[in-house]
Design a protein around this ligand. Structure first.
Ligand SMILES: [Zn+2]
Length: 120
């Protein structure tokens, strides 16, 4: 789990350096998928824990519950960050001339006036 988190973090750091590129967007989307599947894993563990606790009537699982819930919370925070990043990347256009970041619906670069509606 820690390894996945650090992989996501380092990928996110790279994204921050080169935001706006399509390659980065697909990396973010890949991270979103892996984060979602990590969340699914934790839900599965939680379900198994509920089953085991009901079956065995054990009391010593509340710590495990808290651990898993904390993990899910962290993963969901990460997921929200990644989704925001993906939105930012896909809603922005970087001017090929001056590298100014413009909103996706901008027709002209706000710095150099380049026509952004033309496929570069
Ligand atoms: Zn420009």
């Amino acid at each position: 789990m820690e390894r996945i988190m650090s992989e996501i973090k380092s990928a996110a750091d790279k994204v921050a350096k080169k935001s706006g590129e399509l390659v980065e967007l697909s990396k973010i989307k890949l991270n979103i998928l892996s984060t979602k599947s990590s969340i699914e894993e934790q839900y599965k563990k939680l379900g198994q824990l509920v089953y085991t606790s009901q079956k065995n009537d054990s009391d010593d699982i509340s710590v495990k519950f808290e651990e898993i819930i904390a993990k899910i919370d962290r993963l969901q925070d990460k997921l929200a960050e990644l989704e925001e990043m993906a939105a930012q990347v896909s809603n922005k256009v970087i001017c090929p001339n001056c590298k100014k970041v413009n909103s996706a619906d901008a027709e002209f670069c706000s710095r150099c006036g380049l026509d952004l509606s033309v496929e570069q």
